[in-house]
Design a protein around this ligand. Structure first.
Ligand code: URP
Ligand code: ZN
Ligand code: ZN
Length: 493
């Protein structure tokens, strides 16, 4: 077997999967992992390309399951600045090899298939890395629910729904309709859990007092909004016995609710994001309008104890996945960006109109690895393997299983070969004019990124060396965490 020529051999890496760490060589053939062998045992095999990884971490490529690209204006004036080209370019430069973006249903549309067609059209021939889509459901008509089966046929096995934002918010009975249908079709339901009515009420209280600056975004969304909605989402999922995933959890109270549900055996999964591991509400309280850069929902929480609690939730398994929620709005843009919330009568902007979201697809992996807090296996588990399992991509993605896994790799710098350096927006590859982490020191960065065996990012020799259009739509199966169940029976209650 060692005589056959490989397309690429990665020598002597410290290979990390969600289960193990060990020193191995990896051989790649036809875009797949062909072989893992003891370190340096493949030094002499024929290969078109040899990468000497010299003890550097070699990991399954990052899977970022929460990325907003090319979306129409959903609420407020903001429009994401990244499309599938710039967003995926930024992804590979940060070591992410698969992204899952959103296909938003227009609320006036009774169908969800137009949304899927439109998003697929935008992504076709545009991406640098592999990608998939979640359907964002804002109008769960009978027709839309029937079309869940079509989603599955087309390789889409997840949806997102909102409990907030007036134009997206579903009522509890609509959420139940969605969950019941998701149960039938083995679809994973992502839930944005914030109580929209409480938010509207709080916002009106603040506006009446002319408390409009960006920092009041955090005041308008205290933890109780998130923990109440999380509890309700758990109760709704319990009623119809259907798995749910609470996305972008920022609140320790909400995390506790999730943990309690998990402990009692409910299939409740959760996602958190770097903004809730590194930022506090202080980031929103900056001179002038600057705090708008870090306005996202839910907001960063009060202080160090909250950050600590989120890190602990990753370590103890409360959080299944760690995504970026890359939601890229240009700061200095009065029409489609953060500054669209500024008007003559509100020169510091009105927080309620600030487009919500922060960029982060490129910085997710380096920031979290550099924090040196998670074990390497845990890091791979939450940033690659679990998102792949949760969203039906495993073991094609998120693993290094010979013959089964795509040769998607993130190869870091060998220990001590890179001086720690500050992250700056000017070095990144998205279309946004800022990052919330400007100047934060990182100790490592992906040296190479490979997608299906092709080097697409070579930090020291050309940077982005992949090509637009190389990225493929990946058809997904059901979640590894979801099981076929008998028909739900109301008479049991
Ligand atoms: O503030 C955020 N999270 N913006 C992105 C939209 C969403 O709800 O994920
Ligand atoms: Zn959301
Ligand atoms: Zn999001």
């Amino acid at each position: 077997m060692f005589d056959s020529a490989f397309d690429c051999v990665v020598l002597d890496g410290t290979v990390v999967t969600a289960a193990d760490v060990g020193r191995y060589d990896i051989a790649i053939k036809d875009g797949k992992i062909a072989l893992l062998a003891p370190a340096r045992s493949l030094s002499k095999v024929k290969a078109t390309r040899i990468i000497d990884a010299q003890g550097a971490y070699v990991m399954p490529g990052g899977v970022d399951a929460h990325v907003h690209l090319s979306e129409p204006q959903l609420f407020g004036k903001g429009r994401p600045a990244d499309d599938f080209t710039s967003g995926s370019r930024s992804a590979i430069a940060g070591g992410t090899t698969t992204i899952i973006a959103f296909a938003p249903q227009d609320r006036s549309d009774p169908s969800i298939l137009n949304a899927l067609d439109e998003a697929q059209q935008k992504a076709r021939d545009a991406a640098y890395c592999d990608y998939s889509l979640h359907l964002l459901i804002s109008n769960p008509t009978e027709q839309a629910l029937e079309e869940f089966a079509v989603l599955r046929e087309r390789g889409v096995s997840s949806i997102k729904i909102y409990m907030t934002y007036e134009v997206l918010q579903l009522r509890d009975n609509q959420i139940l309709d969605v969950l019941l249908q998701a149960r039938k079709d083995l679809i994973t339901t992502m839930i944005h859990a914030e109580n929209g009515d409480m938010l509207t009420w709080m916002t009106e209280q603040l506006e009446r007092r002319r408390l409009l600056a960006p920092k009041y975004h955090a005041t308008s969304r205290p933890q109780i909004l998130e923990s109440e909605a999380t509890n309700r989402a758990i109760a709704l999922s319990q009623l119809v016995e259907t798995p749910i995933l609470i996305v972008h959890v920022s609140s320790p109270l909400a995390a506790n609710n999730i943990r309690t549900a998990q402990t009692s055996g409910l299939p409740v999964f959760a996602e958190t994001c770097p903004q809730y591991m590194f930022l506090t509400r202080k980031a929103l309280d900056q001179p002038g309008f600057e705090g708008a850069k870090c306005v996202c929902s839910p907001p960063p929480r009060d202080g160090e104890a909250d950050l600590e609690s989120i890190w602990r939730g990753i370590e103890n398994g409360t959080f299944t996945i760690l995504s970026s929620d890359h939601c890229p709005f240009i700061y200095d843009d009065n029409v489609d960006g953060k500054k669209s919330a500024i008007s003559e009568d509100a020169p510091l902007g009105r927080f309620r109109y600030i487009p919500n979201g922060c960029p982060g697809v490129e910085t997710r992996l380096a920031l979290v690895l550099s924090a040196d807090r998670l074990s390497p296996q845990k890091f791979v588990e939450v940033t690659s393997t679990n998102p792949a399992k949760l969203y039906g991509l495993y073991p094609q993605k998120g693993a290094l299983i010979p013959g089964l896994s795509d040769a998607d790799l993130t190869i870091w710098y060998p220990p001590s070969s890179l001086e720690p350096f500050p992250v700056t927006n000017s070095a990144l590859h998205h279309n946004v004019d800022y990052i919330p982490y400007e100047g934060q020191i990182v100790s490592n960065w992906p040296r190479y990124t490979l997608v299906r065996g092709e080097v697409v990012w070579d930090r020291d020799n050309g940077g982005i060396v992949g090509r637009k259009g190389y990225g493929q739509f990946v058809k997904r199966g059901p979640s590894a965490f979801c099981r076929e169940q008998p028909e739900w029976d109301v008479e049991r209650y």
